[in-house]
Structure formats: structure tokens, C-alpha cells
Ligand binder design. Structure first.
Ligand SMILES: Cc1cc2nc3c(=O)[nH]c(=O)nc-3n(C[C@H](O)[C@H](O)[C@H](O)COP(=O)(O)OP(=O)(O)OC[C@H]3O[C@@H](n4cnc5c(N)ncnc54)[C@H](O)[C@@H]3O)c2cc1C
Length: 436
């Protein structure tokens, strides 16, 4: 149990007030970034996170553009001092065997932002929440928001269950001017309003686990993310090297292919796909699996409305595309930054309308579109990035810009004028057909 210590903003837990300027629901990267930066502006902020931190979370590989929101948060030095492996590049493998040359981000931009990190999300998310507290946020963990309070369509606060020192729970109603939904894939507001639309082209499922002692390439390649497609693009593996000689290795394919009624057990499906991916097998020759398997599915969706009177969505609560380009944490941090600026502006003007709080969202959606189109191309059966770039070498820099996360740069989406509409085949609904 955290003991009040007025000397340390991280450990000090002040008594809850009945009213704050802003309540942020969810203490992942999106929630903690929003809370930190709104508090830095001088507004009162309450952050409520249902888990105890540090908590386990998938999503360990960062992309270079995360540097900028992390710099604004004042966290670059802490990351440099951390044990998180440095990531200089991403390398793609096709047909389970054909290893392309790694994309070294610094070849395209000599700035230190081109070297990023592979993070343990328990530690990373704790670091972000600690920073939010240092900047003045009151953060409660084991605090489950059960309801967002609306009056005449205006969000006015939350109802939450807090953990008492004796292990019991107390229900509290706390009021505010702005509620930020940063609840990740739970997407609290849009799920309850029936406004969470799955992407029909990306009905995928993932199985992942952790290995110890897997082969790592040497030098700068030691911390590289590897993305390995299996033959026929039926599935792909991520390989994300973490600290303490652990590697996160996950496999993603269509829901039917991974979890259909004829697919077999989770372990059998994972092993089946490993057998189809010699490039991964050779890295696991002397490795031991060190955790159980984890699964998740149907994670690509959009929330129709991103903001309303007194509320807004940020991070995965707003939408999530697909993990292939490791864009999730970046979008959560960047969205948190955009949201904090918009909330400050709205509070200063006394205008808490949806268009004011969501003023950043049209640009944000354009950035997401750039990721989405590149994700579609990755899954499209008859599309090859190698062939495309051979025919259109002038678009290589646009592609690199998207891979590093520079998706808000004017003109970056011009690549899609040449690529045209490249789409994966529509997925069949889960369990209706036997495995292909
Ligand atoms: C298979 C897979 C692999 C991925 N790999 C990567 C990757 O390599 N790199 C990358 O950048 N991204 C990756 N992602 C995406 C990344 O994990 C997310 O985009 C990122 O965590 C989003 O941050 P967030 O703050 O929006 O949500 P989260 O990090 O999910 O945080 C939301 C928080 O809200 C809390 N919460 C939920 N409901 C309530 C409630 N009612 N009351 C209080 N608290 C609540 C949750 O406990 C949670 O801590 C991956 C995603 C998937 C599905």
C-alpha cells in the first residue's frame, strides 16, 4: 500500500476531491500522457486506473516518432538510462525465409530520435504514470470507473470503485469539466453507445508468448524488430527482443485461421505456424518458452464519434488498426499530446463542446489512414512492397516516413496515389468455414 509522503510527488496520494477540471479514465500511455500535459498547464487532473501498476500489457516495440512526445514529457534521459534494448531498425521476412535488408531508421534521419526502444510495458507505463504525478496529476490505481455521468448529453463526471486500505471497495461519484476516455481496447464510451465499428478487412487474431535464449543478431541488429510473413501471407510473426534475454514472439492471422473451430489448440496453432516459418525456427533452436500463451482477437476498430460535450476519446479508446507497424503506443502518446493541448484551449475559452475538444481529431484520423492503407497493402495477397518500390523508387522516403511514424507530415500519403486501392481479401466470419 502506498504511504503518503509529501516529499515525493510519486508516492504522495492526496485525499480525493469532489471535483477536478479533468478526469482521465485509464492509465496506459494515452491516459498518462494526457494527464501529465494537462496538469503541466496548471489544471487539476484526476487519473483513474483499474489495475495495480506495474501491470502486464502487450505492445512492446516503439517507433522513432515516439521520441517527440516522450521528449515533451521530459522522459528521454530516463529512457536512455533504462535497460530497454535500443531499436535501430525493422527487418521484414517474406515466405517464412526471404530476409530483406533491415531498414535502419538513422539512414533516413541522422537525429537521435532514429534510435528507439523495445520496452517492458509494465515498467514503461509506470514511468509515464509517475511522470504524470510529478507534473501534478492525482493518480489512483485499483480504481475502476463503472459509469461516466452525463447530464443532457454533457459528461459531468464519473462513478468509480476505489480500493480501501482494508481491501474493501468504496463507490464514489466525482465531478469534472472534462472526461477523457483512455480505456484502451475497452473503449468505454463508444462500446456502451454502440459506436465501436470493427474494421471488416482486419478481422485478425493473435497468439503470443515469451522466449528466453533466442538467437539475436549482433551489434545494431541486436534490438531489431523482425516481421516475418509465412508462405501465402497466411500469418506473420513479430520478434521483439526485450531485456534479460527475453524475446516476445507473436503470430497474427485471420480469426478463422487462428481460432476457427478446426484450428486446434492455441499451442498447436502457434507450433503449426512456427513450422511454416524457418527464419523464426532457426532463431528459436536453443530457446525455451518462458511464459504461457496469450491471445487476443478482433482488435482493429474505429470509434465513430471522437468527442462530445465535456468528453473525448484518446489512444486505443478512439481506435486501433493492427500491430504490424508497432504504431499503437506512438498514436497513444501523440493523441495524448494533441488531446492535452485541445483540453487546455477548451478550458481557457470556457468552450467544452465536442468540436473544440476534438479539434485535433480530423488531422489525427488522416495520420491513422496512412497507417491503415500501409497495413492493408501488407495483408493484400498479390501486393509486394519490393516490386512497388522497384517501380516507384521516388516513394521510398514516404514509406520510411510512415514506418517511423511521421504520418502527419504533409504529402506523406502521396504514396497511395501510386499504390492505388490495395486491399486484403475480406475475412470470412469466425467458425463458419473450416480452416483453409
Ligand atoms: C497483439 C497486439 C500487439 C501490439 N504490439 C504493439 C507494439 O509492438 N508496439 C506498439 O506501439 N503497440 C502495439 N500494440 C498496441 C498497443 O498495445 C496499444 O495501442 C497501446 O497500449 C494503447 O495505449 P492506450 O493508453 O490507449 O491503452 P492501454 O495501454 O490499453 O491502456 C488503457 C488502460 O485503461 C485501463 N482501463 C480500462 N477500463 C478502465 C476502467 N473502466 N476504469 C479504469 N481504468 C480502465 C486499463 O486497465 C489500461 O491500463 C499492440 C496491440 C495488440 C493488440
Amino acid at each position: 500500500m502506498i504511504q503518503p509522503n509529501p516529499e515525493s510527488p510519486i508516492n504522495y496520494l492526496p485525499p480525493l476531491q469532489d471535483h477536478y477540471d479533468v478526469i482521465v479514465v485509464g492509465g496506459g500511455p494515452a491516459g498518462s500522457t494526457t494527464a501529465a500535459l494537462v496538469a503541466e498547464y496548471g489544471h487539476s487532473v484526476l487519473l483513474l486506473e483499474r489495475a495495480q501498476l506495474p501491470r502486464f500489457h502487450v505492445g512492446e516495440s516503439l517507433i522513432p516518432e515516439t521520441y517527440w512526445p516522450l521528449k515533451r514529457l521530459g522522459l528521454i534521459e530516463r529512457l536512455k538510462q533504462s535497460a530497454f534494448p535500443r531499436k535501430y531498425s525493422v527487418q521484414f521476412v517474406s515466405d517464412g525465409v526471404k530476409e530483406s535488408a533491415p531498414f535502419y531508421f538513422e539512414l533516413y534521419n541522422q537525429h537521435e530520435s532514429s534510435v528507439t526502444w523495445q520496452v517492458d510495458r509494465g515498467e514503461f507505463d509506470q514511468m509515464l504514470m509517475d511522470r504524470a504525478k510529478e507534473l501534478g496529476t492525482v493518480a489512483h490505481t485499483s480504481a475502476h470507473v463503472t459509469e461516466i455521468l452525463f447530464e443532457n448529453e454533457q459528461a459531468v463526471g464519473v462513478k468509480c470503485r476505489l480500493l480501501n486500505e482494508d481491501g474493501g471497495r468504496t463507490e464514489r461519484e466525482i465531478r469534472c469539466k472534462v472526461v477523457v476516455d483512455a480505456t484502451g481496447q475497452s473503449a468505454f464510451i463508444s462500446s456502451r453507445r454502440g459506436q465501436r465499428d470493427a474494421d471488416p478487412m482486419l478481422k485478425k487474431g493473435t497468439i503470443w508468448t515469451y522466449w528466453q535464449g533466442a538467437h539475436r543478431d549482433s551489434g545494431k541488429d541486436e534490438g531489431a524488430t523482425l516481421i516475418m510473413q509465412t508462405p501465402g501471407k497466411k500469418s506473420w510473426f513479430w520478434y521483439i527482443p526485450l531485456q534479460d534475454d527475453v524475446v516476445s514472439i507473436g503470430c497474427t492471422g485471420s480469426m478463422n485461421y487462428m481460432f476457427g473451430k478446426d484450428a486446434g489448440s492455441v499451442e498447436a496453432v502457434y507450433d503449426r505456424e512456427l513450422a511454416r516459418c524457418p527464419a523464426m525456427q532457426k532463431r528459436l533452436m536453443n530457446a525455451t518458452r518462458c511464459t504461457d500463451f496469450f491471445t487476443t482477437k478482433d482488435f482493429s476498430y474505429y470509434s465513430r464519434d471522437g468527442a462530445g460535450h465535456g468528453w473525448l476519446l484518446v489512444g486505443d479508446a478512439f481506435g486501433f488498426i493492427d500491430p504490424v507497424y508497432s504504431s499503437g503506443v506512438y498514436l497513444a502518446l501523440k493523441g495524448g499530446e494533441f488531446a492535452a493541448d485541445a483540453i487546455h484551449d477548451a478550458l481557457e475559452r470556457g468552450d467544452l463542446s465536442g468540436p473544440r475538444l476534438g479539434q485535433w481529431q480530423p488531422l489525427y484520423k488522416q495520420g491513422i489512414e496512412n497507417f491503415r492503407k500501409l497495413v492493408y497493402a501488407f495483408y493484400a495477397e498479390d501486393f509486394s512492397f519490393g516490386m512497388f518500390l522497384k517501380e516507384h523508387p521516388q516513394y521510398k522516403s514516404n514509406m520510411v516516413d510512415i514506418l517511423v511514424g511521421d504520418v502527419f507530415k504533409p504529402g506523406v500519403g502521396d504514396i497511395f496515389d501510386a499504390m492505388g486501392s490495395v486491399e486484403p481479401a475480406m475475412e470470412v466470419p469466425l467458425n463458419r468455414h473450416a480452416m483453409a
